[in-house]
Design a protein around this ligand. Sequence first.
Ligand code: ZN
Length: 190
Amino acid sequence: MAVRPILQIGHPVLRSVARPLTDDEIASPEVQRLIDDMVETMRYANGAGIAANQVGEAVRVIVMEVTDNPRYPYKPQIPLTVAVNPVVESLDDEVFVNNEGCLSVPLRGEVERHVNVRVHYRDPNGDHHDEVARGLTAATWQHECDHLDGVLFVDRVADPTTLSTWEEFEANQSDAFVERITALVDRVGS
Ligand code: ZN
C-alpha cells in the first residue's frame, strides 16, 4: 500500500469522466492495489472519501470512511466503504444545504444535496450492493460520485460568497453550520 499524491483543482484528470470497470478488472491486482492505495491516501489526508480521479486514475472507484475525523468532527460515522461503478439516485425532492470541503480543493463552500438517496455499487469482491443513504452520508456519496463525472463541489456552489478557507470557516461559520446540520442528523439519523 502507498499514499499517493492527491491531484489539485486545475489538473485535467479531475475533470475527466471516469470509465466503469469490468468484472475482470475489479478482480485484477492493479485495481485491488489502487483500492488499497486510495484507502491509505484517504486516511493519511483525513478525508471522508476519495475518488480514483483524485489520485490520477479515471476509473469509477470511490472509497469512504468516517470514524473520528478531525476535518469533519460533526459527521456521522461511515464504516469503510469501497464502491466500484457506483450509481446514486435521489429518492425524492428533499434537499439540504451542506458545507463541503474536498481533498482536491483548498476551500469550503455551501452546496445543495439530496437528503435521501439510493446507491448501487459493486464491492472489491464484485458483489452487488443496493442501499439507502441519508443526510450527510448521502451528501458524501453525491460528492464522491460527482468526482467520477469530472464534477467538483465548487461547480455546485450556488452562492460564491459562501466560499471560505478552512481557517475562516472555523472562525466564522462552523458554529452556525454545526448547529444547523446537527438538527438534520438528529432528524434523519445520519
Ligand atoms: Zn472531493
